[in-house]
Design a protein around this ligand. Structure first.
Ligand code: ATP
Ligand code: MG
Length: 269
């Protein structure tokens, strides 16, 4: 498949201007080609997940962040859905509870990091603590400023201890968000997804873009890279996310464990 995932990876300390990065796929691959490829990718992912599970030495953490209507839920459904649920955990992070707020911002995150052998998926994450928290000034500026380093150190700790991390920013434009939010008002089966509060966040679009740019630029490291996904083209979004996961899992050097017995010497009556 003609996709170079490096084209979408944020390099350490890269200056990011999201306005200049297309939210639509402009490449040569067709929808049909991608759909066909996606079927193969699902099988590949299933095979790799099984080795990860059997290997028991490492875990994979997949983080999704996006503006409202950016497609976190549907990406998770399409790409993670086909995996074996017994080896997967999806966690959605909402506004912290009083109990969670009584701890440091990484406390609830650490508690949900996947154990070895598992794929953990975060629908929103600790990045909210430098996104919404920054935009809405929910914590003092000097506290937020320190969080970039805290996040980098935390992710390095996880990586050193066997958790591979990969992070996806599902990129959409403000106009596309308008269309998606409008759709929620047009279809009775989508009414439940509409949340008037999302409109307040939408008014702060530019501030969110600034916050995303800073987060992407400061927190994309070799051991925990960010990928910017052109998410308005959903068939390409799915293929690209799946491709990054496949290449990441392949790079983890996973193996089926060697048996501690000789399979040929065992006779089962
Ligand atoms: P849906 O697609 O169903 O709307 P969602 O992820 O938007 O899913 P909501 O319950 O609508 O879920 O929103 C969760 C809200 O919690 C978001 O506005 C998010 O910014 C907020 N949130 C998440 N983590 C934090 C945090 N650490 N501090 C403050 N707010 C947070
Ligand atoms: Mg919401």
């Amino acid at each position: 498949m003609d996709i170079d995932i490096k084209d979408y990876r944020v390099k350490d300390d890269d200056k990011i201007n999201l306005k200049k990065i297309p939210a639509e796929y402009k490449g040569k691959l067709s929808k049909d080609e991608c759909r066909e490829e996606f079927e193969k990718q699902k099988e590949k992912l299933q095979e790799l997940q099984e080795v990860l599970y059997a290997d028991e030495g490492k875990a994979l953490l997949v983080v999704f962040q996006a503006m409202d209507a950016g497609g976190k839920d549907s990406t998770i459904r399409h790409v993670i859905g086909p995996l074996n649920p017994a080896g997967c955990r999806v966690t959605s992070f909402k506004a912290p509870t009083v109990h969670e707020l009584a701890h440091d911002f990484l406390w609830r995150i650490h508690a949900n990091i996947p154990p070895r052998g598992y794929i953990g998926v975060f629908n929103r994450s600790h990045y909210e603590d430098i996104l919404i928290v920054k935009v809405k000034k929910l914590a003092p500026e000097e506290v937020i400023e320190k969080r970039y380093d805290h996040i980098n150190h935390f992710e390095k700790l996880l990586s050193d201890e066997g958790t591979r991390i990969v992070k996806f920013y599902l990129h959409i434009s403000k106009l596309y968000q308008k269309k998606r939010l409008e759709r929620r008002l047009e279809r009775p089966d989508k009414y439940w997804k509409f949340n008037a509060d999302d409109l307040k966040e939408r008014e702060l679009w530019d501030d969110y873009m600034d916050a995303f740019e800073t987060a992407l630029s400061h927190c994309s490291k070799k051991h925990a890279p960010w990928y910017i996904i052109p998410s308005e083209t959903r068939w390409f979004r799915d293929v690209l996310v799946a491709e990054v996961l496949i290449e990441t899992l392949k790079d983890m050097d996973l193996h089926y464990p060697k048996p501690d017995y000789d399979p040929n010497s065992i006779i089962i009556d």
